[in-house]
Design a protein around this ligand. Structure first.
Ligand SMILES: CC(=O)SCCNC(=O)CCNC(=O)[C@H](O)C(C)(C)COP(=O)(O)OP(=O)(O)OC[C@H]1O[C@@H](n2cnc3c(N)ncnc32)[C@H](O)[C@@H]1OP(=O)(O)O
Length: 442
């Protein structure tokens, strides 16, 4: 397809800035224009003034850095006079290794380019700038959740964790094959939001490989304070689980019931399911499946190895509707990220990393003793032929959480192992403390 607008090297101006609000809490003109442009990119209606003020306060709380790409000499009357043609943001976000430790990632979001300016290199320019700034700011890894599956590999991102949208038919699900323990009670969403909910999430995050901390703006949505449309969500309900004989909440669920039209299922849709024990996860599912006057329980953030399948009276009541990529990781500093994660087995191997953008290129030696890794940079270039393992930086990102196996990547032709046993060793070393589960989009 021909470019809609003529190519011109000085057509654009890239600007980096922090979101700002005035005395009344309203976003300043530059911030508001950036937000409106993001809305255009994602086909969302403009925010009300109240919604825009709330969102701007969240961006500031999350320490976001905005990029805007502006059209120089805009045509009179065009939106280019106020809105950037390209938008991009990054901010710090911890990724949990599941043993209580985490690595700070450069989280990337709100990537949009206006349709009239697409495929003219605006995304590439913003990404190059952001990753260079990420290196300057000391990030070992960048992260994102993607709108499409084929955009980000070219920039060195690999899909490190996948997720499933599932539904469970109620009529064949219960009783579970093994009895559950503890108690489930309904609570108000306000009570959860006031402290218990975020506190339970913090414990989930610490013990769950692949969990990412939440944006400030995620909390009001999971507790029904606002729906995705910015209006109060009156239909969100909540329940918590406590272990037998304990006052401490070890899991919660929020959900809404969506009534089916004639001939359609009525659905219990899980909004947020957060657990700090297997018992809590199981009991909350059992509770949801026991709610009368509906046909299915729907969950969009299921992990690949879901224990509910084994627990159900009839495992065929569980169906996967869709599976796709969840969190993508882009290694910026190989030594720092590999030294930040725990390991499940000792071992030593050399790894050659190719990176078309250069940030992670090199040959490295990873030595793991007593669950901690030490990385030595052996060469600036990737010694592909002389190393135990050779792979692209995107595939190193894919391996990081331990959800994707090096043996699988070798079978896919993406990882070269001098000896197949080395891929098996690396798989054992990278085994996460428990099944990775990401439940947070950003
Ligand atoms: C983390 C997030 O925010 S995910 C959200 C991403 N945004 C969206 O999906 C909103 C709708 N889409 C858009 O706004 C734009 O089309 C974008 C942001 C996806 C792409 O912006 P553009 O400025 O057109 O991309 P740009 O011209 O810089 O292209 C860079 C490269 O990506 C490729 N590319 C661009 N868009 C896509 C796409 N949708 N799918 C696959 N490849 C793509 C280009 O072919 C180009 O490849 P090359 O450099 O290897 O030759």
């Amino acid at each position: 397809m021909a470019l809609i607008n003529e190519e011109s090297t000085d057509r654009y101006d890239l600007r980096e800035f922090r979101p700002q609000t005035d005395d009344q809490g309203a976003p300043d003109a530059t911030t508001r224009a950036w937000m409106d442009a993001v809305g255009v990119g994602f086909h969302e209606p403009p925010e009300s003034d109240e919604g825009a003020a709330r969102m701007a306060s969240h961006f500031i709380a999350d320490q976001e850095t905005f990029l805007g790409v502006y059209v120089n000499r805009p045509v009179v009357g065009s939106v280019d006079e106020t809105w950037p043609a390209g938008t991009f943001t990054w901010f710090p976000k911890d990724l949990s290794w599941g043993d209580g430790s985490a690595v700070r990632t450069q989280a990337v979001s709100a990537v949009t380019v206006r349709p009239t300016e697409r495929r003219r290199g605006i995304l590439r320019r913003m990404m190059m700038h952001a990753l260079e700034r990420g290196v300057e700011e000391g990030y070992a890894v960048a992260s994102l959740t993607a709108s499409e599956g084929t955009i980000y590999r070219r920039f060195g991102f690999g899909c490190a964790i996948r997720e499933r949208a599932v539904h469970v038919r109620r009529d064949r699900a219960l009783p579970f094959l093994a009895p559950t323990t503890g108690t489930v009670v309904m609570v108000t969403t306000q009570w959860l939001a006031d402290g218990v909910g975020p506190e339970v999430f913090a414990r989930f995050h610490a013990r769950t490989p692949g969990s990412m901390v939440r944006n400030t703006g995620t909390w009001p949505i999971v507790f029904g304070e606002f729906g995705p449309d910015g209006q109060k969500a009156k239909d969100v309900r909540a329940a918590v689980h406590r272990p037998e004989g304990s006052d401490e909440v070890d899991g919660y669920v929020t959900w809404r019931v969506v009534e089916g039209k004639t001939g359609e299922d009525t659905r219990v849709e899980i909004v947020d399911l957060v657990y700090t024990s297997d018992a809590a996860y199981l009991s909350l599912w059992e509770f949801l499946l026991s709610i009368d006057l509906n046909d299915v329980v729907v969950y969009k953030r299921s992990r690949l190895d879901d224990p509910i399948v084994a627990a159900l009276a009839d495992a065929r009541s569980y169906d996967v509707d869709h599976e796709e990529d969840h969190v993508w990781l882009r290694v910026l500093d190989v030594a720092a990220v590999l030294e930040s994660r725990p390991y499940a087995a000792d071992g030593s191997l050399t790894i050659a990393v190719t990176d078309s953008l250069g940030h992670a290129s090199g040959t490295y030696r990873l030595d793991v003793r007593e669950a901690r890794g030490t990385v030595t940079r052996l060469a600036d270039d990737a010694d592909v032929a002389g190393s135990d393992i050779a792979l692209d930086v995107a595939d190193l990102g894919a391996l990081l959480i331990g959800s994707v196996s090096p043996v699988t990547l070798a079978a896919a032709g993406l990882l070269r192992a001098a000896d197949p046993a080395v891929a098996v060793l690396l798989r054992a070393m990278l085994t996460p403390p428990r099944t990775p589960h990401g439940i947070t989009y950003f």
